[in-house]
Ligand binder design. Structure first.
Ligand code: MN
Length: 193
């Protein structure tokens, strides 16, 4: 059964057909794990780094967020590294958990809206302390994760259909706020009861 309505767009920098960004979305047993991954720079090397990170996270989806990031950091050492925004919705423990490293931004639109900060660093290169943020679960919550190829200046409230049609909102945000000079990815996950 599907718990979350998903909208996602990921596209490469204008000068390339290879996308150095990637995303992950998995659901099982009342849990959802999602991530946006930005391979450093762009092109083939960035693609290899972000795909390798995505595969690792998918294979270790049930571990704690900090462990996933730490394991990923070891696993992709030979690549140029990635930035990651990682969020779990756990309906068993009734919380949202978030971990971010580098320039991927996460917003939780909840009873109270949250904007957890990412730890500085590069996964695969120099991850030190990882900070996890936990928020109470809200069955009408929205999670937005985006790479820095999307300007952080967009205002989600300007997209009144975002909860109903997150795919359309994601396409509009990429259109209006995506940078041609970078790979760009936005993932919007809306809780459905
Ligand atoms: Mn980027």
């Amino acid at each position: 059964m599907r718990w979350v309505r998903l909208g996602v767009v990921s596209r490469p920098i204008k000068s390339s057909e290879t996308n150095g960004d990637a995303y992950l979305f998995v659901e099982w047993k009342r849990q959802t794990l999602m991530a946006v991954i930005d391979g450093l720079g762009h092109g083939g090397e960035a693609y290899i780094a972000s795909q390798k990170a995505r595969e690792y996270m998918e294979d270790h989806a049930s571990e704690d967020l900090e462990e996933i990031i730490r394991g990923c950091d070891r696993h992709i050492r030979k690549t140029r590294g990635v930035a990651i925004g990682l969020v779990r919705i756990d309906r068993n423990t009734s919380r949202f958990s978030c971990c971010g490293v580098g320039n991927v931004e996460t917003r939780i639109l909840n009873k109270r809206s949250r904007h957890p900060i990412s730890t500085a660093g590069i996964v695969g290169y120099n991850v030190r302390k990882i900070r996890r943020f936990d928020y109470p679960y809200d069955p009408v919550g929205v999670v937005i994760i985006h790479s820095d190829g999307v300007s952080g200046r967009f205002d989600p409230s300007k997209y009144p259909h975002l909860r109903r049609d997150p795919q359309r909102a994601a396409e509009q945000i990429i259109d209006q706020w995506g940078k041609e000079t970078d790979d760009a990815t936005i993932l919007i996950a809306v809780e459905t009861r």
